[in-house]
Write a protein that binds this ligand. Structure first.
Ligand SMILES: Nc1nc2c(ncn2[C@@H]2O[C@H](COP(=O)(O)OP(=O)(O)OP(=O)(O)O)[C@@H](O)[C@H]2O)c(=O)[nH]1
Ligand SMILES: C[S@@+](CC[C@H](N)C(=O)[O-])C[C@H]1O[C@@H](n2cnc3c(N)ncnc32)[C@H](O)[C@@H]1O
Ligand code: SF4
Ligand code: SF4
Length: 388
């Protein structure tokens, strides 16, 4: 039994009679649920961002995400038949879009390992919001296959990519990915993405105190003025296998202080409501933000939780809907659409509507009220399964 299997799965088989109700939720009239695009949860948060995990497999073993000791050759990955097909993903995504989703992020595991991912991107790129707008379609990747795939991804309709890169020092990077993957190949992938027009590109760097904090300044210098936005992520207590300890977290405030001492920064306004990153721009000699120099972002999920505006839903590789990165229960959408006499799109819309309306998740806010190393209980699913 894997940790993934301990997540509680909520069956959704009562839809025909519209009796699906989540305890504690206040409900809008049905007319405001199905396809209204105005869905809000119990904390008043709209549904805007759908993150889809397309595989639970990865060719890296980053120790903060898929530590080698757990994700070894005996680890029980999902069998192929358990995965949602591209048609199933697109069908579910379409219903989410009718409910107000404007951005879709493909993630995993390593999404570029999913065979023919370009075909899924084509299908998602054809979706339109109720207002007739195209979606913001993006993907988070470790960059290992990007040099090979960037042009095809762009041609399929992908707009931009976020590439994870935890340092420029080859030895540090090889140690962190734990499969001896060279940094030069990820940099080549980033270059290929730039050439293919997959932008604006973002870089995600997870900062672990004692592991790669000395890479912060070299990374900042490298990407300053490149048109690429570098974002520093606080090491999170996601999943149950990475052995997370508060003393390995370097607070974003420290990261900003460190960079500011050498490369002066000014705070920028958020560009979108519910954004994960706080933005800081590089300043010119007169202390003003200089667009040519660009910006960085800091994602402070541990020290400054941003749950109050969280508009993100997560669809796992096997079709379970999770309402929080730290959730311990998922809602089984796959059974709904695969069962005999399967749900119609209206049933699916009603289920998703009710589930979002019942949402009260705010894990990071709650954990920050606890002692630094306190656990909050429950079985959390792994990041590689739910999608980062
Ligand atoms: N705690 C928490 N962390 C999150 C959440 N969403 C994203 N993150 C973390 O922030 C990182 C960066 O997020 P991205 O996947 O780049 O997504 P984003 O910030 O929505 O992307 P953009 O639209 O490009 O700004 C993720 O890899 C996670 O580590 C969230 O809802 N809660
Ligand atoms: C789970 S990965 C999936 C996509 C792809 N394999 C990649 O690495 O970009 C998504 C993001 O989650 C981040 N991540 C994974 N574990 C994390 C942790 N414990 N704390 C903070 N971020 C984490 C990764 O750095 C990456 O940017
Ligand atoms: S962070 Fe991404 S690349 Fe690293 S192990 Fe997790 S899924 Fe793989
Ligand atoms: S901890 Fe959960 S509710 Fe808070 S921002 Fe992250 S995903 Fe959203």
């Amino acid at each position: 039994m894997t940790d993934r299997d301990t997540a509680r799965i909520v069956p959704l088989l009562d839809l025909r009679t519209s009796t699906l109700r989540i305890p504690g939720a206040t409900y809008l009239p049905e007319s405001r649920i199905t396809g209204s695009g105005r869905l809000i949860d119990t904390l008043g948060r709209p549904l805007r961002d759908l993150r889809i995990s397309v595989t639970d497999r990865c060719n890296f073993r980053c120790n903060y995400c898929m530590p080698k000791e757990i994700f070894d050759k005996d680890y029980a990955y999902l069998p192929h038949k358990a995965l949602l097909s591209f048609e199933e993903i697109t069908r579910i995504a379409k219903v989410f879009v009718a409910h107000g989703v404007q951005k879709i992020r493909l993630t995993g595991g390593e999404p570029l390992l999913r065979k023919n991912i370009e075909r899924l991107i084509e299908q998602l790129a054809a979706l339109r919001t109720p207002q007739g707008q195209a979606l913001d379609i993006t993907l988070t990747t470790n960059g290992s296959l990007l040099a090979r795939k960037a042009r095809d991804l762009k041609a399929a309709g992908l707009q931009r990519v976020t590439v994870s890169l935890d340092g420029l020092d080859d030895a540090v990077f090889r140690r962190m990915n734990d499969v001896d993957f060279p940094v030069a190949d990820v940099l080549a992938g980033i270059e290929a993405a730039q050439e293919a027009g997959l932008g604006p590109i973002k870089i995600n760097m997870v900062v672990k105190r004692g592991t790669n904090e000395h890479e912060i300044l070299p990374m900042a210098r490298h990407f300053m003025g490149s048109g690429i936005v570098l974002r520093f992520i606080e090491y999170m207590d996601v999943g149950a296998t990475n052995g997370w300890r508060m003393n390995e977290v370097l607070a974003s405030s420290e990261v900003v202080k460190l960079i500011h001492a050498e490369l002066p920064l000014v705070q920028l306004e958020p560009s979108n409501p519910g954004e994960t990153a706080a933005r800081w721009g590089y300043a010119n000699a007169s202390g003003q933000y200089d667009k040519e120099l660009g910006e960085i972002g800091v994602i402070s999920s541990v020290t400054q939780a941003f749950c109050s505006e969280c508009n993100r839903a997560r669809l796992s590789t096997e079709g379970k809907l999770f309402l929080c990165l730290f959730a311990s229960q998922g809602y089984d959408l796959r059974s709904l659409i695969r069962q005999e006499g399967a749900a119609s799109d209206a049933d699916l819309a009603s289920a998703i509507g009710h589930i979002w309306q019942g949402r009260g998740d705010r894990y990071s806010e709650l954990r920050s009220a606890l002692a630094p190393d306190a656990g909050t209980g429950g079985h959390r699913v792994e990041m590689s399964y739910i999608g980062g």
